[in-house]
Design a protein around this ligand. Structure first.
Ligand code: URA
Ligand code: ZN
Length: 381
């Protein structure tokens, strides 16, 4: 099959059997518990701190590789770059997080390497993002061991991380050796939310998971990525490749405001080498935005990096086509299943339709977002 036509899902999760078993054995959140609803036993996933609505139903689509492949076939997805879903290892003591990270990375490599290939191709259908034991009191040596392990596994192309780092967030200087190792290994960092923002903002009405997922998740990503920019991480590690979940949350919309606040702040004004919009333009964003206007907008914002490089004379107008090269299709499977059984999932169809209808993207740009950009970013051939 011509690689220009491959559909590649870069935002798709798994709770590997070893991880799901660990959640099942727990009595406090995060956990998987069995409850009886309408006389029927049902497994429920409780992962958020103040989990609304008694959690979410969970089943084999969360851990069974065959179910991932069935889902991929149903939606024409050729290749998936699979990541452990939140909250990763965040809640574990350092020694357990260390050993489980290494075991789960080994499990994920096996999940990918023993899976099928794309028909008549050397490309596998499954690749993965590994995990680091990012918890308080972990040693740098332990984090570096996991980076090395991931980079030695041929089917792991990056790593997924949450926003807490080793307890003080991602702008913690203690992480500099980790960024250095990730940059040197050429691994992609997939930054994904879990905690949302202060739940008090959601008020007292039961709105299910809508407010934490639609707003809390993207605001958390926005804050974490902004703190990374403010800390100068991208000046110290300019080749670091960061992929933001959910099309970067609110960061694309707020990037000029961020730049202006920096320019007017005596504490920060001379800290960074470039205008904030330069760093935003260097990010990669998934296309999990569900609407063509949003995708068009973020691709325009991404195209502006060179205009804001210090010393640049470029006044090139924003160019959606250029920015589209940093946007990559994703599904967020197995989250957001349809509420009633249908062959195709609305969450997936909406994202594919959105890519199809972005104004100003050519067919080539759209194929890029559907798959070619991902093959290039992850060096899959
Ligand atoms: N809900 C989650 O908890 N995680 C996701 O990745 C998506 C939805
Ligand atoms: Zn996700």
């Amino acid at each position: 099959m011509a690689t220009t036509k491959l559909l590649v899902d870069i935002h798709t999760h798994v709770y590997l059997p070893r991880y799901a078993n660990m959640l099942r054995a727990r009595s406090s959140v995060p956990k998987i518990m069995t409850t009886t609803i309408d006389g029927k036993e049902q497994d429920r996933l409780l992962i958020l701190d103040h989990e609304p609505s008694g959690g979410r139903p969970v089943g084999p689509q969360y851990w069974d590789r065959d179910q991932k492949l069935v889902f991929m076939d149903q939606h024409g997805i050729d290749v998936s770059v699979v990541s452990t879903a939140n909250p990763w290892l965040d809640f574990l003591p350092a020694s357990q997080a260390h050993s489980l990270a290494l075991e789960l990375n080994t499990d994920l490599e096996q999940y990918c390497s023993t899976g099928p290939n794309v028909t008549s191709s050397s490309i596998k259908r499954l690749y993965g993002f590994g995990l680091l034991p990012l918890v308080p009191e972990i040693t740098t040596a332990s984090l570096l061991e996991a980076v090395k392990q991931i980079s030695d596994f041929p089917h792991l192309k990056g790593l997924i991380m949450g926003t807490r780092g080793v307890g003080k967030g991602l702008d913690d200087e203690a992480l500099d050796p980790v960024w250095a190792a990730i940059e040197a290994a050429g691994l992609v960092v997939f930054l994904h939310p879990h905690y949302g923002v202060d739940g008090k903002a959601w008020g007292g009405k039961d709105n299910g998971h809508v407010l934490p997922l639609a707003l809390g998740f993207p605001f958390e990503t926005t804050t974490a990525a902004t703190r990374l920019i403010l800390s100068g991480v991208f000046d110290r590690f300019p080749k670091l490749r960061l992929l933001l979940a959910h099309s970067g949350g609110a960061l694309p919309q707020l990037s000029s405001r961020l730049a202006s606040c920096i320019d007017h702040d005596p504490v920060v004004a001379s800290r960074l080498k470039h205008d904030a919009r330069f760093y935003v333009g260097k990010l990669y964003l998934d296309a999990v935005a569900y609407g063509p206007e949003e995708l068009g907008f973020v691709s325009e914002i991404l195209s502006r990096a060179n205009r804001y490089e210090s010393g640049s004379l470029s006044t090139e107008p924003a160019d959606r086509k250029l920015g589209s090269k940093r946007v990559l299709f994703g599904t967020d499977h197995p989250f957001f299943p349809p509420l009633s059984s249908t062959q195709k999932w609305k969450s997936v169809v909406d994202n594919l339709d959105a890519i199809d209808s972005v104004q100003g993207w050519t067919e080539e740009d759209k194929s890029g977002v559907r798959g070619t950009n991902a093959l290039a970013l992850f060096n899959i051939s």
